[in-house]
Design a protein around this ligand. Structure first.
Ligand code: MTE
Length: 317
């Protein structure tokens, strides 16, 4: 189940031209992600187009709109570049995303050093439509191109005493102004998951969106997408993935532990200390239009609630 059907949006919205335009564009552009330089993958057409169509239909049936690409591409949280939303789309163009090396290590039997081409060859990306919900109260519905994180972790083979996974973003102070000038966040940006969360099929590594390569401002060349958690867990521009035996010290949790918990599961009943999390504003919607009700685990409770059985979600927010 990729998109929930009980969203409460009006059915008139399902015929939104954007959805059908996006569908057509997606299918046409699916080849684009394969043009990342992987000839073998390109030939095979490994993005399953039928599955992609089915997902688009599920979206239409769910009465939810895809967020417009231009909205998700120009309203970004990317603190290495700016603490404002608009500048990253421009500033991130200076980033160096080729060549790129992703290291997978720590408590694993089989450490890996992979280029993006290696990753695409090993794990052909598929289109997955997922909700994103930022801790600040805005949200989106994005057609990502990616593969389940567990495929990569299984290949690295975590050791039995590995309990967590730590993710580290790139250090590129020559292109990222805040890494030079701002100490508000410790650099590099770091995130983490419990190993069982990381092995969940909904935890994805994305290399593209809207049928194309990821834009720099959205996390190129590879980012995490954890749809049931607040957006700050979905770390961009990943260079290192490590299996650890202790809880990783993550950026936001380190600087403001009372505001940003390690788990950061979307939960309308647990307010941020300074604002409610009960509702959200879909990106691109008018400021005067009604806000959408936020759902527990961002609508993915059926899939992920078991990961937190017996946990006090207020305490471990
Ligand atoms: N990853 C890095 N490296 N740096 C960041 O500042 N911001 C996070 C997350 N990943 C961030 C990051 C936050 S707060 C959000 S809401 C999402 O990225 C936003 O992703 P988007 O800009 O693609 O919508």
């Amino acid at each position: 189940m990729l998109i929930k059907t009980n969203t409460g949006l009006r059915s008139s919205e399902v015929t939104d031209e954007v959805i059908f335009q996006e569908r057509r564009d997606s299918l046409r552009l699916i080849g684009g992600i394969m043009a990342l330089g992987v000839a073998g993958v390109a030939k095979g057409g490994t993005v399953d187009q039928a599955a992609s169509m089915a997902r688009q239909d599920a979206l239409a049936a769910s009465n939810e709109r895809l967020t417009r690409e231009q909205d998700i591409a120009h309203y970004n949280n990317y603190y290495e570049f700016s603490f404002y939303k608009a500048p990253p789309s421009e500033l991130a163009q200076a980033m160096q995303v080729e060549p790129w090396v992703l290291e997978v290590g720590g408590l694993v039997e089989n450490p890996l050093t992979l280029s993006i081409d290696d990753l695409l060859r090993l794990f052909p990306p598929e289109e997955q439509i997922r909700r994103i919900r930022c801790v600040e109260g805005w949200s989106g519905v994005v057609p990502w191109l990616g593969f389940p994180l567990f495929h990569l972790l299984k290949k690295a083979s975590p050791l039995s005493f590995g309990k967590f996974v730590k993710f580290t973003s790139v250090m590129q102070p020559e292109t990222m102004p805040n890494q030079r000038d701002q100490k508000m966040l410790p650099w590099p940006y770091v995130e983490g998951l419990r190993l069982d969360e990381a092995m969940h099929p909904l935890a994805m590594l994305a290399v593209g969106m809207y049928g194309k390569k990821l834009l720099n401002q959205n996390g190129a060349p590879i980012r995490l997408v954890i749809p049931w958690k607040y957006g700050f867990k979905s770390i961009k521009a990943i260079v290192k993935i490590e299996v650890t035996d202790s809880l990783p010290l993550t950026s936001w949790n380190q600087v403001a532990p009372k505001d940003y918990g390690f788990y950061a599961n979307v939960n309308p009943e647990v307010p941020h200390p300074r604002w409610s999390q009960a509702t959200e504003r879909p990106l691109g919607s008018a400021f005067y239009s009604p806000r959408r009700k936020t759902e527990l685990f961002n609508g993915y409770a059926e899939e992920v609630a078991h990961l937190y059985a017996g946990m006090d979600l207020r305490q471990l927010f």
